[in-house]
Design a protein around this ligand. Structure first.
Ligand code: 2IT
Length: 447
């Protein structure tokens, strides 16, 4: 297998699908050497099969807005790979959603889910529906219209969606309500991220952010460092950033910056529990403005328009918002200001130039598919509880999440340790995820 040859073919076939090509390139570069030591992979054309989704559903979603006007969006579900378990992955509602974006996310999800130790295949879905500025009633009507099509593609042993950008507990509630009505069966396990009173797992809302910080702790420990007292910048103020801020604070770090599409809030004394709670109100308002934090806490948070979280001097950067949100220039600015660690919490949050800059300058770096896997892992734990018709305590879920994040870290170390003893977490995560999926595909024949 030659990465350059496969990429040339994919580029010719999908010339406009930039995010998808970027995600595939990163994985192929990492696995090329190991792959070529396994002639049985080459014979079964594992890579050629693995880079294409199993299938993509595309559907029209029509709904009526608060002015009585008819609106039409596109909906998708990309079922990427089910070699190790049923399709599993989030739904993203964002105006920029395209098949390329969902293909990249489904591809990443396949390897991420393999790292969790749980039997889950990879999928992703969503819509170009823009939640910004929408009322609660509009969100509900859109979710119902979306599920009217999606429900035929999913099922508790087939494909289990969850939230992602623009889809949180409220949206999962509306989606689940419509699913139950259509299916006429109470399938508790068809969506994850459900409410605690109707089958949701305790700690699922916090899990992505908590897991990211547990992973960061292991990474720091391996490098002989400690998180206590360290300054942290994070981007976004959605569910993931909220969980990350909560756990970072609990572990003794100081979150001094959060950002949004409008700019950055500098919080010199560190984020407080009241401010962390307020992040949830900011997200639920659908205004998508981080400036609201500075308006609410004028003596603690200071807003600068048009700047990113990466302009604030910190020790640790945690991108928690969107793909490609951290550029090579941002990486240079962070490092020039003293940053020495970046753990990607968003999926593919760093541009390739940023990752190379971090790695070439001895900055500790770990990729999203390892760092943020605690979210989908806890979705897996929610599925287990649903299947057994039981509900675990917060302690039980947190213990399992801890163990899973430790195990993901160990897999990265196993496959990513360099001759000098440092760890290439990108390579480690990609090889570990790939080996599991590739072996499962091999054993199940050419299908
Ligand atoms: O990117 C992700 O891993 C998620 N959005 C969570 C997926 C899930 O099924 O919980």
């Amino acid at each position: 297998m030659k990465t350059t040859e496969i990429m040339a073919r994919l580029q010719a076939k999908y010339p406009t699908e930039k995010e998808y090509l970027q995600a595939v390139q990163e994985v192929l570069e990492s696995i090329e050497e190991v792959y070529n030591q396994h002639p049985e992979f080459e014979k079964a054309k594992i890579v050629e099969r693995l880079v294409e989704p199993d299938r993509i559903f595309t559907f029209r979603v029509t709904w009526i807005d608060d002015n009585g006007e008819v609106q039409t969006n596109l909906g998708y579900r990309v079922q990427f790979n089910s070699a190790i378990g049923p399709y599993k992955g989030g739904l993203r509602f964002h105006k920029a959603v395209t098949p390329s974006m969902l293909k990249f996310l489904g591809f990443e999800q396949t390897f991420k889910n393999a790292l969790t130790t749980l039997p889950m295949g990879g999928a992703k879905g969503g819509s170009d529906f823009d939640p910004v500025g929408k009322s609660n009633a509009e969100i509900m009507r859109f979710c119902q219209a979306f599920m009217l099509e999606l429900w035929r593609c999913i099922g508790p042993d087939q494909d289990i969606p969850a939230g992602d950008v623009g889809v949180g507990g409220r949206e999962i509630g509306f989606l689940n309500g419509m699913y139950q009505k259509l299916a006429r069966e109470y399938h508790t396990g068809v969506l994850t991220g459900k409410g605690a009173t109707w089958g949701g797992s305790i700690l699922r809302p916090e899990a992505t952010g908590f897991g990211a910080l547990y992973f960061t702790q292991h990474l720091l420990e391996k490098a002989g460092k400690d998180i206590v007292g360290k300054k942290v910048a994070l981007s976004g103020f959605g569910n993931v950033a909220w969980g990350a801020a909560t756990k970072a604070r609990e572990l003794g770090a100081k979150v001094v910056a959060i950002s949004g599409p409008d700019g950055v809030c500098h919080i010199p004394e560190g984020i407080t529990p009241e401010m962390i709670d307020y992040m949830l109100d900011m997200r639920a308002s659908n205004r998508n403005k981080v400036e609201d934090m500075a308006v609410k806490f004028p003596d603690k948070a200071f807003f600068t328009a048009g700047k990113k979280a990466w302009s604030i001097p910190v020790d640790i950067a945690l991108p928690c918002a969107f793909q490609n949100e951290l550029s090579e220039d941002d990486a240079k600015e962070l490092v020039a200001n003293g940053c020495w660690c970046c753990c990607e919490v968003s999926n593919m949050g760093c541009q390739p130039g940023a990752i190379h800059y971090f790695q070439n300058n001895g900055i500790l770096f770990a990729p999203g598919k390892a760092v943020n896997a605690g979210g989908v892992a806890t979705s897996g734990l929610e599925m287990t509880q649903n299947a057994a018709h039981i509900s675990w305590s917060a302690q039980e879920v947190d213990d399992k999440l801890h163990w899973i994040m430790q195990s993901i870290h160990e897999q990265c170390v196993k496959y990513g340790t360099r001759p000098d003893g440092t760890v290439d977490y990108v390579k480690g995560a990609n090889i570990a995820g790939f080996m599991k999926v590739a072996e499962a595909m091999l054993e199940q024949g050419v299908i």
